[in-house]
Ligand binder design. Sequence first.
Ligand SMILES: [Zn+2]
Ligand SMILES: [Zn+2]
Length: 353
Amino acid sequence: MAVKMKAVVSYAPYDNRYEDYPKPEAGPGEIVLKVKGCGICAGDVKAYHGGIRIWGTSPENRYIEAPCIGGHEYYGEVVELGEGVEGYKIGDTLVSEQIIPCGECEFCKQGVYWMCTRSAVFGFKQYANGGFAEYVKLTKNCINHKVPKEFTPEQAVLIEPIACGMHAVERAEIRHSDVVVIAGLGAIGTSMVNIASLALPKMVIGIDVRENRLEMGKKYGADVVLNPMKCDVAEEIRKLTNGLGCDVYIEASGSSKSVTQGMDSLKNLGRYVQMGVFAEEVKADWNTIGDGKELTIIGSHLSGLTYDAVINGIASGEIKTEGLISHKFKLADWKEAFEKTEAPDAMKIMLEP
Ligand SMILES: [Zn+2]
Ligand SMILES: [Zn+2]
């Protein structure tokens, strides 16, 4: 009989089950990790809530291949090495990037693997079962990174989300004369305040509707924090910038109001970076982008080539992690953990087997 492990298996919207699942085995070129921890991404919660980008409108356009195991923000210890695996040994602590690229498409060949057209993100396909489990299998095309032994569980789990934030900040191409706004101070947004500050711009402004997150933003290097529930953010930004507006607006909240707020806050020739994910289609006045301000609109997807920099930054202390994980739960208590993500005091929440 096959060996079993415990896992949180997604069957359908609102139907996740903590149950026995076959423990993965390492085939040629593959690695099995014993999972030590896994963060809960907004994407995992959206999958549970039947998000349309995940479940589609019909089986034909469905992204998720249920039943499968969620979670891509995991780290773990190597317990099994398949034939031909080089560079790793039993006992190494690893993270694997959230995407498994095909290695063969045009984007992979160009080295921009995070845009791979035949990829899977961990947690959404059966061949890419994720870290809400006791074990996870890293297939041949996985992009793995060693985690320093001195990292805390929180730091190890934060590597993936911070890598996504770092990519968005890199996309903004911050200059020292820039006034940079980060809208949405969850764990990723707060970390983006940190990383944007390391580029030494003129000013970093953090925006969120929750006061505890604004406090975190300040601790992480925001010069100014603004709460859109309490002030007209665009007006305040103009007051701080001689009436001109900000140079960079990185949208990390996934709120449609934040998009119009960003267009309004940016100065002429400003750069708008979209990092947050929306639940619905968003409307914007395209005249502001074109005929009005000549804005540059920049997308940001996953975390191209930033894991090493994040790991080095955490190791050196330049990338801070304190307080970004607000709660920890046992894997068996996944439901309570998912519900907690909505709580006012929640930042990132992690599960441990
Ligand atoms: Zn994530
Ligand atoms: Zn590819």
